[in-house]
Design a protein around this ligand. Structure first.
Ligand SMILES: Cc1cc2nc3c(=O)[nH]c(=O)nc-3n(C[C@H](O)[C@H](O)[C@H](O)COP(=O)(O)O)c2cc1C
Length: 100
């Protein structure tokens, strides 16, 4: 079933890789945070150079890099965080927002 679903569909395969890597990245960030480590996701890199450096097979794509380490100082306070009712909508994008 999986083979039929993905076979010959390059865009779908790539989209799925990005989705999976994004979920894995967030999980890694949360797990690291839970252990007192800081993380920095990065997309500002040359994917071909990274693939070459790590000797990645063609069916692997470097979606993002993640620095993990100990924070030297407290993060600067956020200037602004969108309220949850602006970010999470019920049923449609212009529907009512979830109350925080
Ligand atoms: C998907 C994603 C990709 C990012 N790529 C880069 C990057 O290539 N270079 C960079 O300096 N910051 C990048 N950032 C931002 C840093 O991860 C980090 O959020 C930023 O340095 C500010 O840190 P702070 O939010 O803890 O203040 C990216 C953030 C996200 C979510």
């Amino acid at each position: 079933m999986i083979k039929n679903f993905y076979d010959g569909k390059d865009q779908l395969q790539r989209d799925e890789a990005i989705r999976s890597a994004s979920l894995a990245s967030m999980t890694l960030m949360l797990a690291a945070h839970n252990r007192g480590w800081a993380t920095v996701p990065m997309i500002g890199f040359d994917p071909n150079a990274v693939s070459k450096l790590l000797n990645l097979q063609p069916n692997y794509i470097p979606v993002m890099l993640m620095a993990v380490g100990f924070r030297k100082e407290a993060p600067r306070p956020r200037d602004y965080r969108r309220p949850i009712e602006e970010v999470v909508k019920i049923n449609t994008l212009d529907g009512s927002g979830l109350k925080g």
